[in-house]
Write a protein that binds this ligand. Structure first.
Ligand SMILES: Cc1ncc(COP(=O)(O)O)c(C=O)c1O
Length: 377
């Protein structure tokens, strides 16, 4: 049996998304910047997708800028805040994705910013009092904190953080790559957020496409210079097929968001039950077993010490189960997880991240748990 439980790394493309992209791949080859009919035809597909995404987020189409994915969107927000908005200080956490963390490291190395790391509580959640405190003594600040952690699933309240940021006149960016299209977003409600990052391949869309939401109150310059695409905000011929796929994937995800959430939450609960009864001493990292404060698609399991710790993922793979030991983007690299280190996870307990989608079944969970139990027997 082959089981894919690494949906936080990437998701399989939805067949309906594939269907929506096919005619564009076949016939929509015009350059959207061309003024003839071939160009105009595909340009209209991009603008239709932009309007559709904006409708889902209850924002203006002018606030959506398509990018090559989450990494570029994060870079665009953070680098523009420093370049164009006079930011001299960044507040972030030690458990952000590298798209955020390494961008900040580089800015710090260049001497462009000072960086403060907000404290995390014992469950790995951001200490909002500490955030308030460091903001009060630091003007011209960008706060960049992820909505849900991609390794352990901890959720952040965008409402509360954006209110604290507004109180101190700070800019707020959130990496929403793991949550966009998994939860409804209403930008008229969370209207104090300035930037949000999205990536289509995390919700059954294609790879290499995403967007940055930029609140209309913020004016920034391009990160990538070139042609006049994206209303002069991002040079480069647009990924039309990807943009059409992203829009369709968002339609499917958000028109069924409640049912998908219920279905996937049930899988997560089921897996916890099965693990608890099959592997004595199993625990959960950070706040992963607290459904109200953790992403329903992620279960980060802390396992009892074993001699075969370094072989667990490899052996699960041999048995046909794809899961991950840390962040997708570093899986394959032989380095420990900065997130598990950031939440002080015990070093002697191996961790496995299982991440689910609406395409998984309880039979697959049964197989994954019995495979892991077999390795622990
Ligand atoms: C939280 C988070 N941010 C950013 C990214 C990067 O997104 P992309 O793969 O679209 O560049 C990822 C991908 O793993 C992620 O999980």
């Amino acid at each position: 049996m082959k089981v894919y439980l690494d949906n936080a790394a990437t998701t399989p493309i939805d067949p309906l998304v594939f269907e929506a992209m096919m005619p564009v791949l076949k016939e929509g080859f015009g350059n959207p910047s061309s003024t003839h009919s071939y160009g105009r035809k595909v340009k209209s597909l991009i603008e239709r997708a932009r309007k559709n995404v904006a409708r889902h987020l209850n924002c203006s189409p002018g606030e959506i800028f398509f990018t090559s994915g989450g990494t570029e969107a994060d870079n665009m927000a953070i680098q523009s805040a420093v370049k164009d908005l006079g930011v001299k200080h960044i507040i972030t956490s030690t458990i952000e994705h590298h798209a955020v963390g390494h961008t900040i490291d580089q800015l710090k190395k260049e001497g462009s910013v000072e960086v403060s790391y907000v404290h995390l509580d014992e469950k790995g959640h951001v200490d909002l009092q500490h955030l308030d405190q460091i903001l009060s003594v630091n003007p011209k600040t960008l706060v960049t904190l992820m909505h849900a952690n991609n390794e352990v699933g901890n959720l952040l309240s965008l409402e509360r953080v954006s209110e604290i940021c507004e109180k101190h006149g700070a800019i707020f960016h959130s990496d929403t790559v793991q949550t966009m299209a998994h939860y409804p977003f209403d930008m008229k409600v969370i209207d104090k957020v300035h930037f949000l990052a999205c990536s289509a391949h995390k919700f059954h869309g294609p790879k290499g496409v995403g967007f940055l939401y930029v609140n209309h109150k913020i004016k920034i310059n391009p990160l990538i210079h070139g042609g006049a695409q994206e209303r002069n905000m991002r040079g480069g011929t647009e990924n039309v097929y990807g943009i059409v796929g992203l829009s369709k994937a968002m339609d499917i995800a958000l028109s069924n968001v409640v049912a998908h959430k219920e279905y996937v939450t049930d899988l997560k609960l089921y897996m916890m039950e099965r693990l608890n009864s099959s592997i004595p001493g199993v625990e959960y990292n950070a706040d992963c077993d607290n459904l109200s404060r953790s992403l329903y698609t992620i279960l980060s399991v802390s396992l009892p010490p074993t001699e075969i710790a370094s072989m667990l993922l490899f052996n699960m793979d041999i048995l046909g189960v794809a899961c991950s030991g840390g962040s997708a983007c570093t899986s394959g690299a032989n380095t420990g997880s900065h997130v598990l280190e950031g939440i002080d996870a015990p070093e002697n307990r191996p961790s496995i991240r299982f991440s689910f989608s609406r395409f998984n079944t309880k039979e697959e969970i049964d197989y994954a748990v019995s495979s892991l139990a077999e390795l622990y027997a």
